[in-house]
Design a protein around this ligand. Structure first.
Ligand code: BG6
Length: 493
């Protein structure tokens, strides 16, 4: 098509994303040690309050350690990618993926993070996964830590608040770079690095009640400092061990609009938006931003930093910025009487101009363009959208089909916004991986019924099902879209 309205650069990385903890399963196979995720029960807490979804106590952990096969711990089985990876990667190849984002489970590589030697069975599994990708011409994009810290960090350390965890993490990262570097060019250190402030157990291996009488903010900000140092050390090590590697950071791209043009609402919005950059600024610029230092001071916190930390942060800056983007909401200085709306681990004021998913997340493709422009203007680094998608309830028909026009619509509108950001706004966007490309277990609700995939997996919230895979209508749409290198109009013709 000549003069196509929606175009993408040659070599644009189209693909999909998953995370070990949400798809792999096989929680007690292959020499894998226990992770925090193995201990999170299914909880049908509704959609309105993410704080309930992530609330976790020592009593919950004790119950998990006693749980049997009759208890519902969805991450233990995931969607059984561990045994289905060849089939899943073949489905991705059929769609024409150029890239597949997944994560490595630290506890598969070191059964116990203190072990001296890695678990060869775990290494062999990931080697097979990456070889399978390469055999299909798919570039793996690998996250070292996606919300599944080894359980020992909770029970035998103070989670990431312990400085020793940095060394354990670097030992693990070294094995990953040394053993998988020949297959993997694109790496991310920590998924949604800002998330520990919202859900401490999955990001920081921190359960609040294990720190009685202590200021939990102090614990979290200290743990965040350790993750920053670990991330910077990993970036430097990755560059040394894998020449040519591209190592990025990963942030939750939350986007708030001012609810009105009142200066107070705009100030509140600006403050909130600044908050989302707190830690990514360190990973990109190699130092604490002054507003974060002020915040730490205001809160009366004292972050212990070693003299070498400043140099480490400077030497370990990232090559690109990746992020998740799902929804937007609004911010007001006074929210009394305003209707609120849940989003990706945040609550915001409902935007009357947007529609919402069943889980309340407000769909906003223009917000993606706004985000791309803002991120590029701030960082001047290549951008990579490593998560975007729509969680919806799908119906499998008797003849094995899933008709999901809502997902196709969401995809199409977001791809248009990306194209505009590239072609009109001059943003350097290098790739796009749709989240949960094969259905997986939801992170916040641990439901199976909140589905993102182009491929339906026969499994319900109680863990019943055959794990059989079915292509949805969106599967065929994405395949055509990739073949047309994102030219939405050509696909619709
Ligand atoms: C991102 C996480 O924040 O959102 C993913 O990195 C998660 O792990 C995704 O699955 C969607 O959230 P949810 O709660 O619908 O699974």
């Amino acid at each position: 098509m000549e003069n196509a309205r929606y175009t993408f650069p040659e070599g644009f990385l189209w693909g999909g994303a998953e995370a070990a903890n949400q798809c792999e399963g096989a929680w007690n196979e292959g020499g894998k040690g226990m992770t925090v995720q193995d201990c999170l029960p299914y909880r049908n807490v509704g959609v309105a309050d993410y704080t309930k979804q992530f609330a976790y106590s020592t009593a919950d952990l004790e119950a998990a350690l006693k749980a049997g096969p009759e208890d519902n711990y969805p991450k233990r089985h995931g969607t059984d990618f561990y045994h289905h990876y060849k089939e899943d990667i073949a489905l991705m190849a059929e769609m024409g993926y150029k890239v597949f984002r997944t994560s490595i489970c630290w506890s598969r590589i070191f059964t116990d993070p203190r072990d001296e030697k890695p678990n060869e069975e775990g290494i062999a599994f990931y080697e097979d996964v990456f070889k399978e990708c390469k055999a299909h011409g798919i570039e793996p994009l690998v996250t070292l830590s996606h919300y599944d810290p080894p359980l020992a960090l909770v029970t035998d350390f103070n989670g990431w608040a312990s400085r020793e965890v940095i060394d354990l993490f670097i030992k693990y990262a070294r094995v990953c770079f040394e053993r998988f570097g020949k297959y993997v060019k694109y790496w991310l250190t920590f998924n949604e690095v800002d998330a520990m402030l919202r859900h401490s157990v999955t990001s920081g291996a921190l359960i609040p009640d294990r720190f009685p009488g202590q200021n939990f903010d102090q614990i979290v900000y200290q743990a965040m400092h350790h993750q920053m140092v670990a991330s910077a050390l990993a970036v430097k090590l990755g560059h040394e061990l894998c020449p040519g590697a591209m190592i990025g950071c990963m942030m939750t791209r939350l986007c708030f609009y001012a609810y009105t043009c009142k200066p107070e609402d705009n100030l509140a919005t600006q403050q909130r938006m600044r908050g989302i950059y707190r830690y990514v600024d360190i990973q990109v610029f190699g130092e604490y931003p002054r507003y974060l230092l002020k915040e730490i001071e205001r809160k009366g916190l004292h972050i212990k930093m070693q003299p070498e930390d400043a140099r480490i942060l400077k030497e370990g800056t990232v090559d690109f910025v990746s992020f998740s983007y799902y929804m937007t909401s609004c911010m007001a200085a006074q929210t009394d009487g305003l209707e609120m709306s849940p989003g990706n681990t945040v609550n915001g004021v409902k935007n009357p101009y947007l529609t919402s998913s069943e889980w309340g997340w407000q769909t906003d493709p223009i917000g993606l363009r706004i985000s791309l422009v803002e991120l590029y203007d701030r960082f001047r680094k290549p951008l990579f959208i490593v998560e975007n998608g729509l969680g919806a309830r799908d119906t499998l028909t008797e003849d094995g089909k899933v008709h999901d026009p809502y997902r196709i619509e969401y995809l199409k509108e977001h791809v248009k916004a990306m194209s505009d950001a590239i072609n009109i706004d001059g943003v350097d966007l290098i790739g796009y991986t749709w989240w949960g490309c094969i259905d997986l277990i939801s992170e916040s609700t641990r439901q199976m019924s909140k589905r993102y995939g182009f491929v339906y997996v026969d499994l319900d919230d109680e863990g019943r099902g055959t794990y059989k895979r079915y292509r949805k209508d969106s599967f065929y749409y994405y395949k055509k879209l990739i073949a047309a290198n994102g030219n939405v109009d050509a696909v619709d013709e």
